[in-house]
Design a protein around this ligand. Structure first.
Ligand code: TRP
Length: 364
């Protein structure tokens, strides 16, 4: 393991990502996308505009896509009191209501806890990284800080290796991610390279997956904090009623200046509301700001409430219908699990073969 994990510059990654986007548009079926979320709560508009709409776009372009619900990853930084099963249930409803379609033959949604062969890849992968590398991961360091805990479990340090198994089990070529996930993707690429170099120098088993950076601007929380998240109670969830949406937008933090201007540097809270309004109306935040002028934050909030409720209406309608359909979520998950397992079994067989550890029937 002489070669170190190379995090590269963000600019270079962005440029590669832009070229990748063009290649995807030209030949969507040549690629395989893997992406996913931790099931920590219901999805909110930050997820929708930040990642989910982009997945739906890729799916509809014709790219095959696996969406991993990373339920084991939830255990890294919190107690087990959270109802993970309920979160998994709701995230499936949110995904499908937003347009991901497991019935199209190209889209699979699965919880990684239910794909044993994927999890088994973790064991050899752990031998391809050093403790020092795991300790250096900047995203993990931030999460340890944010957890506010004294006792950090080993899963917190090793989950990026597990994430490599999420990505490599299906030999994904493209991983749509936000900036915070880039360290995990670089580690994944290093694991793929090292596995090939060590066990399969003549016939590489794993491709090196490439990050596709989201071009969507980050959505702040309604309280102006850096991230919209359920635990900070600053999110607008997709499953909110129209009244709940209105009530939450009413509480959004703004500032004392009555004249509405788009100034993300100096007026981040107002800019964030304008950005959300812009995403719903397809007008620029600048134009919206001058339309509102000195009608102030209350006008901005009422416009946003109306626009967002209208934008989300079809999704919410569909979500309510799916919720009524008996056994719907179970059917979606069984399908995704079966598809993921079939691929994972194949990959694990290749991995064992490459490692010279395929014994017995079906071995050598
Ligand atoms: N770590 C990701 C997050 O917190 C979730 C995730 C798990 C993921 N496995 C993945 C993302 C594989 C992309 C690819 O959001």
């Amino acid at each position: 393991m002489t070669e170190t994990v190379d995090y590269g510059t963000f600019e270079a990654t962005l440029e590669r990502s832009n070229r990748l986007e063009l290649a995807l548009q030209a030949e969507p079926s040549r690629f395989l996308v893997l992406t996913g979320d931790r099931p920590t709560g219901r999805l909110h508009v930050g997820h929708l505009f930040g990642s989910v709409e982009n997945r739906v776009r890729l799916q509809n372009m014709g790219v095959p896509i696996f969406v991993v619900i990373a339920d084991y990853q939830v255990l890294t930084d919190r107690d087990y009191g959270d109802d993970i099963a309920a979160n998994v249930h709701h995230i499936v409803l949110d995904y499908v209501a937003a347009g991901l379609d497991p019935d199209n033959g190209r889209t699979s949604i699965f919880p990684h806890s239910h794909v044993p062969e994927l999890n088994q890849l973790l064991v050899p992968f752990l031998t391809l990284v050093t403790n020092a590398e795991l300790n250096r991961n900047p995203t993990v360091k931030e999460e340890i800080q944010a957890s506010g805990r004294q006792q950090i479990n080993a899963g917190m340090y090793t989950y990026p290796v597990h994430q490599a198994a999420d990505i490599l089990f299906c030999k994904a070529s493209v991983v749509p991610v936000g900036k915070d996930q880039l360290p995990h993707l670089e580690l994944t690429r290093a694991i793929a390279r090292r596995f090939n170099a060590r066990f399969a120098p003549d016939r590489p088993v794993f491709p090196e997956p490439q990050p596709l950076l989201s071009s969507a601007p980050a959505i702040l929380g309604l309280d102006g904090s850096a991230k919209m998240s359920k635990s900070r109670n600053n999110a607008i969830e997709l499953s909110f009623s129209e009244d709940e949406t209105a009530a939450h937008i009413k509480t959004a933090k703004t500032d004392v200046d009555r004249l509405i201007t788009y100034d993300p540097e100096r007026r981040p809270e107002v800019a964030n509301l304008l950005l959300l309004l812009s995403l719903c109306t397809k007008k620029t935040p600048e134009d919206l700001a001058s339309e509102i002028g000195d009608a102030g934050a209350s006008r901005l909030k009422s416009l946003l409430t109306e626009a967002l409720n209208e934008y989300l209406r079809p999704l919410r309608q569909r979500r309510r219908e799916l919720e009524q359909e008996p056994g719907f979520v179970g059917r979606m998950l069984n399908k995704g699990i079966a598809q993921a397992r079939e691929v994972a079994q194949q990959t694990l067989a290749e991995v064992r073969q490459a490692m010279g550890m395929a014994y017995g029937i079906g071995g050598r």
